[in-house]
Design a protein around this ligand. Structure first.
Ligand code: RIB
Ligand code: CA
Length: 323
């Protein structure tokens, strides 16, 4: 893809198996202006280590900055039971050889958004860094081309109704969704794109897709096949028989929504984040009413993905780095 056509992305992530694939997809099809890490799947030191590992594995020339080590209000909660204690269990990965570029990821986000035109923010973990940046620099939402996030949905995975990235830091997520709410004074135009569980559960790394990955030559494909084996293993162990055929490969969809929008269908909806409910904290409240009194939309909610075509794009990305 010619450089002039490449979208410019800043990836904010908590690697995490699916975050790792999101980094590969972003590097293959976009200009990655930076990677910022956040505590999420595993603590910040591990997500940061894993981001450095992925940068080196694909030879990506972009800065990595570590961000927030804990949510704004909620207690730190992780997902080692899904990703393993390392955050990238399932493959022997080389130790990073390139150093971390900074430890104030929020400031890096603010500075980069202010100095770059047409930048997309692509968060694939808890929204702590992005929410903190928007709070510290209220001009930011209007400065970016958009935000494309993985999170939320009409059902949950950490509770009946809350998805992990939103549930882990509901207060930060509320800042981000509200920043694009037309009823918020000074709100930004957006778009705010939400790749929630309704669409990411359509994109599973099935045994067939794992073998397609393994068939690609090179160290990256071999590593990802091992990661997929582990990731799918923990998923299938935790779900009813037949509920899924492989791990939901959530995070790369937030990247592909920007680089390959034709893969998706979407609806525009008003979405707010519940921060207080005893049973509903971390819920993305999506207004599906046909009542004309409903609030104006602030979010492009992805509803469908062409999963086979999307996985072919992921395989293309992996192949690009199959040295
Ligand atoms: O709920 C799925 C999300 O939580 C994904 O981003 C996964 O990496 C974890 O962060
Ligand atoms: Ca993630």
């Amino acid at each position: 893809m010619p450089d002039r056509d490449r979208r410019r992305l800043l990836i904010d992530c908590d690697p995490g198996h699916d975050d790792a694939v999101a980094i590969v997809a972003a590097a293959a099809f976009a200009e990655v202006v930076g990677i910022v890490t956040v505590a999420g799947n595993v603590p910040l030191d591990r997500t940061t280590h894993n981001a450095l590992v992925m940068r080196d594995l694909i030879g990506l020339d972009t800065p990595v900055h570590s961000g927030c080590s804990r949510p704004l209000v909620a207690p730190p909660r992780h997902a080692g039971f899904v990703h393993g204690e390392s955050g990238l269990d399932g493959a022997e990965l080389p130790e990073p050889t390139t150093p971390l570029d900074g430890t104030d990821g929020v400031e890096f986000i603010i500075d980069t958004c202010r100095s770059s035109e047409g930048l997309w923010l692509v968060p694939t973990g808890p929204l702590t860094n992005i929410g903190t940046a928007f709070r510290r620099a209220p001009d930011l939402p209007d400065r970016v081309a958009g935000v494309s996030l993985m999170g939320g949905g009409s059902f949950g995975n950490r509770s009946a109704i809350a998805e992990f990235n939103i549930w882990a830091d509901p207060e930060a997520a509320a800042i981000v969704f509200d920043a694009f709410d037309p009823s918020t004074p000074g709100s930004a135009a957006g778009p705010l794109i939400m790749a929630g569980l309704d669409v990411t559960h359509q994109f599973q790394v099935t045994p067939e897709r794992i073998e397609m990955t393994r068939a690609v030559p090179g160290q990256l494909a071999a590593a990802l096949a091992g990661l997929f084996d582990f990731f799918t293993g923990t998923y299938l162990k935790r779900h009813d028989e037949g509920a899924l055929w492989g791990a939901a490969l959530h995070d790369p969809l937030a990247v592909l929504a920007v680089t390959h929008p034709d893969l998706f269908d979407h609806v525009d909806r008003h979405v707010v984040v519940e921060t207080r409910g005893e049973h509903t904290a971390g819920m993305t409240v999506i207004d599906e009413r046909r009542l004309l009194e409903r609030s104006d939309p602030n979010c492009r909610v992805l509803t469908h993905v062409d999963a086979d075509a999307a996985f072919a794009v992921i395989l293309d990305a992996i192949t690009q780095f199959s040295t």
